[in-house]
Design a protein around this ligand. Sequence first.
Ligand code: NAG
Length: 372
Amino acid sequence: MEAVIIIDILRRAGAEVTLASVEEQLEVEASGGTRLVADTFISSCFYETFDLVALPGGMPGSARLRDCKILQDITSKHAEKKRLYGAISAAPAVALLPWGLLKKKQTTCHPAFMDKLPTFWAVKSNVQVSGELTTSRGPGTCFDFAVSLVEQLFGNSVAMDISDLMLLNADANALKEEEFNDISWALDHTPQVLIPVANGSEEIEVVTIVDILRRAKANVIIASVEKSLQILSSTGTKIVADKMISAAAESTYDLIILPGGVSNERLHKSRFLKKLLKEQDSAGRFFGAICSSLAILQGHGLLKDRQAIAHPSVMSNVNHVATGARVIIDGQLITSKGGATATDFALAIVSKLFGVARARSVAEGLVLKYPR
Ligand SMILES: *[C@@H]1O[C@H](CO)[C@@H](O)[C@H](O)[C@H]1NC(C)=O
């Protein structure tokens, strides 16, 4: 989540972002099991000059970063020249600290690693800017971390535009969640979840939903409707799906969630997905859409007279959009606005499938406030 949120938000702000692997291959497996394909190897970055070096957290990812001598040299030279650098979650304590790059800087990090920081300089803020260094606490604070980096690189007005675009502030006062026709989603087995993706899918939505559902111990399959397992998501992150949709369609799922993005047409065209969704509806199993993808459900006639919500850009094309809540549940259907609401959406799904206690404990790991 952290890598993808940082990349996506910086690219939307207009930054040229290079995603570099410290492994021997470009494809890396992130902590939530999502496979991402880097743009290049860290060795090819050695002679380049960057305006920002940012380290995502996660374990053992942060330790892998720490052990990469080339990355350490790049980051140290970069910091010496008083250029911006940042780290989130485990990375401040696990990588920057042993590299000696936290000296005399107030620093925050994931609560599980706070005791590793020098006591006098440790602070509990969600985002801490100390000169060139910015640190933050976890996936739940990563939007604020990324927006702070945008503000430092591009100024306040670009940062505010990005916050609006990602629906970060607009709904601060909106209802978090509304539920109609309340039915139980509790299952007597591990929930099987399908996330279909296509080129143009929103990477933040895909990765946030997959990661949070996996943290809750659901079995999640990402399936590509493209000709390859690898898809190119909306701001350019390459994600490797677990299966092709044709193979995925041989199983049934307790829940199917459609991510948003400019992938709508491509997802809509998939015959396998259409069949799966229609069966989902008729068998009374659960399904959902975030952002623009509600239009796919409407296109297949699956919205019926259920209450739903979508991204403001597609709301006018969709019937039955009821209220301003960030997440709406109507019987077997769950929908959400998109962007930054992906976290609320995924936690609402966890709460329906596993109960509110599980959702609260997942939120805690993300360093996210979860209402009582
Ligand atoms: C979709 O993205 C993949 C991976 O980047 C690429 O190889 C493929 O050509 C793209 N497909 C289309 C139809 O654009």
